[in-house]
Design a protein around this ligand. Structure first.
Ligand code: HEM
Length: 393
């Protein structure tokens, strides 16, 4: 039987790896007629295509079901150079390694607040009570959202990203949630323009005049709003899924878990291995700007192309024994945060959150286990991870 792939198939989402293997082996340039797009799945192909910024454009956004035009909806993730590079230059000031490292005590405080009420031996739904609140509270912290507003924002963000099985259209609830988020963040921006604080919105609003070649690049409130929305969407759901996927993968591999919990210096590389082993961001999308030939197949100019990071990260052409979890694998190349100009701006923050969480787990619940049959995967736009994951702590 011919290999079949659809980005919103529940069956494939639940266990995509056998399909990914077949795509890599049998159809490395796969055509999904139903959605009208091409799919690349081999590491080398995805790696090269992500670096071919002239041949593959980001300006139509990260999702075929909700296309963009040059960053209007999704900020920098859907911009091409030179605009992308200019705006990223401003935004990346808020993500310098020093600024992220300085957040560690506050991130640890958020993690501890979430874990403190939990007791060894009890059962907790880690997807709901651990993995979900931590990243959205961290984004809330970055944006300067008051604590009491963070739970309702988290709910809107979750609704915004949910998709319906087999449906390409964006659900009505997601559109409504997006409106509520925008109204809320617009309020924050107005406030910070009036009275700047120490948060990311204030920082971006204050450094929004980067000039190059005489271009005036002041960011409008709309630009700042789109970036905040992108950060919330790109940064909370993905990191939540990383935490859940990492906890599940370590429970499946108790000897690796024991190794990293007894030598904590291995926790950081194990976070990267969790990102590779069960990649939270399963694909990124581009549109071909010219006819591109790969493995003898021509992708016509104007076609949507999905790059399956989740498949590339399990490619045995790049990773020996790709289906094994090896905590200190430390591969020379990876694709879990993308690659090239659009490589994830929040990657060090995501790694920090996951590392701190695992350090605290090592201290408190070193022998936790997954309650059998409790894992339920979520179907979202681009993200693979758990809706439910019960752990006995
Ligand atoms: C495990 C967690 C995360 C994963 C797996 C992830 C994954 C990705 C990927 C694959 C891209 C590239 C998209 C493309 O090439 O089209 C990306 C871009 C981006 N990510 Fe992340 N991300 C994570 C966490 C975060 C966090 C915590 C933030 C911010 C707080 C963030 C902010 C961004 C931004 C702003 C971009 C766009 C960069 C650009 O277009 O230049 N991400 N992320």
């Amino acid at each position: 039987m011919k290999v079949y792939y659809h980005p919103f198939s529940r069956e494939i989402f639940d266990d995509p790896y056998p399909v990914y293997r077949r795509l890599r082996d049998e159809a490395p340039v796969y055509r999904c007629e139903e959605v009208g797009m091409w799919v690349l799945s081999r590491f080398e192909d995805v790696w090269s295509a992500l670096r071919d910024h002239d041949g593959f454009s980001s300006r139509h956004g990260p999702a075929i079901e909700n296309p963009d035009e040059d960053g209007r909806k999704y900020s920098i993730i859907s911009m091409d150079p030179p605009r992308h590079d200019h705006v990223r230059g401003i935004l990346s000031r808020a993500f310098t390694p020093n600024r992220i490292a300085a957040l560690e005590p506050q991130v640890r405080e958020i993690v501890r607040e979430v874990l403190d009420p939990l007791r060894p031996g009890t059962v907790v739904d880690a997807a709901v009570e651990i993995a979900s609140p931590i990243p959205s509270d961290v984004i809330g912290l970055l944006l300067g959202v008051p604590r009491e507003d963070r739970p309702v924002l988290r709910e809107w963000w979750d609704t915004f990203l949910a998709r319906e099985e087999g449906q390409v259209a964006v659900p009505r609830a997601a559109v409504e949630a997006s409106r509520k988020i925008s109204d809320y963040i617009r309020g924050l921006i107005e406030e910070r323009r009036r009275a700047p604080g120490d948060d990311m919105i204030s920082l971006i609003c204050q450094s929004d005049h980067l000039t190059r070649d005489g271009d005036d690049l002041d960011l409008s409130d709309h630009d700042v709003l789109m970036f905040c929305n992108l950060m919330a969407a790109a940064g909370s759901e993905t990191t939540a899924k990383l935490i859940g996927n990492a906890l599940a993968a370590l429970a499946e591999h108790p000897s690796e878990r024991e190794r990293i919990f007894s030598d904590r210096s291995l926790i950081a590389p194990a976070v990267d291995e969790a990102l590779r082993y069960d990649t939270p961001s399963h694909y990124v999308a581009r549109v071909a700007t010219r006819d591109v030939e790969i493995h003898g197949v021509t992708i016509a100019k104007g076609s949507w192309v999905y790059f399956l990071l989740g498949a590339a990260n399990r490619d045995e052409r790049e990773f020996p024994e790709p289906d094994r979890f090896i905590a200190d694998r430390r591969p020379p190349r990876n694709l879990f945060f993308g690659s090239g100009l659009h490589i994830c701006l929040g990657q060090f923050l995501a790694r920090l959150e996951a590392r701190v969480l695992l350090e605290e787990f090592a201290e408190r619940f070193p022998r936790y286990r997954v309650v059998e049959g409790s894992q339920k995967r979520v179907l979202t736009a681009t993200v693979r991870g758990h809706a439910h994951l019960e752990l006995e702590l």
